[in-house]
Design a protein around this ligand. Structure first.
Ligand code: PEP
Length: 236
């Protein structure tokens, strides 16, 4: 069984998210899809959706706090209003664009772990690290597990090479196979691949051993494409 996850990033409105989530919910029921499907909309679009299928709506980010004076952030009071119990932590854009350190990421991880959230935890190397070789790449990835409890029951991992995210450049099948095998050997948790996944390449990626699903940004924002990818995952 595979997991197919959509990361909307800073795309879609409250209105368009509502339509999207409702349509995917109906689609999963109509098509008898038993794979888990996650959608991470922007925080302003979180809501009490009427979900009857195995669709899970999660938060792209939140602060390590219930509530308080943290301008611009949201905490668990805001998430729990909508029964959100799934969160993305360590996404490359939070690490490399928003400057979250491993220490801050581990604090966030431990906070949400203590509350029992399902955590989709992302790791992946920048291009210059990949170009330095496999040993450097794995060393970089292992450092992204510093402070992270890998025995946590409600943990899903995502390997997302930074150079493949939002660039249209997808990693070679062999690269994905190698890194997933190494990570899986060390950590026996569901392991998604992310980085320019789209309808045209999803099937081949899901066929790689140790790939338990996909975390999809750009190609997930168009409902028809996301449905196509969910359908592709059905028989995997
Ligand atoms: C992502 O945001 O996690 C991602 C993989 O993005 P994209 O599919 O656009 O590369």
């Amino acid at each position: 069984m595979k997991i197919i996850a959509a990361n909307f990033k800073t795309n879609h409105t409250r209105k368009s998210t509502n339509i999207f989530v409702n349509n995917i919910n109906t689609f999963l029921e109509d098509e008898n899809i038993s794979n888990d499907v996650y959608i991470f909309p922007p925080a302003t679009a979180l809501d009490n959706f009427d979900i009857k299928s195995n669709l899970i709506v999660g938060a792209q980010n939140a602060y390590c706090v219930k509530n308080g004076s943290f301008t611009g952030e949201i905490g668990t009071e805001q998430l729990e209003e909508f029964d959100i119990k799934t969160i993305l932590i360590g996404h490359s854009e939070r690490r490399h664009v928003l400057g979250e350190s491993q220490k801050e990421i581990a604090l966030k991880y431990n906070y949400y772990k203590a509350l029992g959230y399902r955590i989709v935890y992302c790791v992946g190397e920048p291009l210059e690290v990949k170009q330095s070789g496999l040993t450097e790449t794995l060393g970089y990835i292992w450092e992204q597990f510093d402070g992270i409890d890998l025995d946590y029951d409600n943990l899903v991992l995502a390997y997302e090479p930074v150079w493949a995210i939002g660039t249209g450049v997808v990693a070679e099948i062999e690269d994905i196979r190698t890194i997933h095998k190494k990570i899986k050997k060390k950590i026996q948790k569901p392991l998604l691949y992310g980085g320019s996944v789209k309808p045209a390449n999803l099937s081949d990626i899901l066929d790689i051993p140790n790939v338990d699903g996909a975390l999809i940004g750009t190609a997930s924002w168009i409902e028809e494409d996301f449905k196509t990818m969910i359908k592709i995952s059905k028989d995997k």
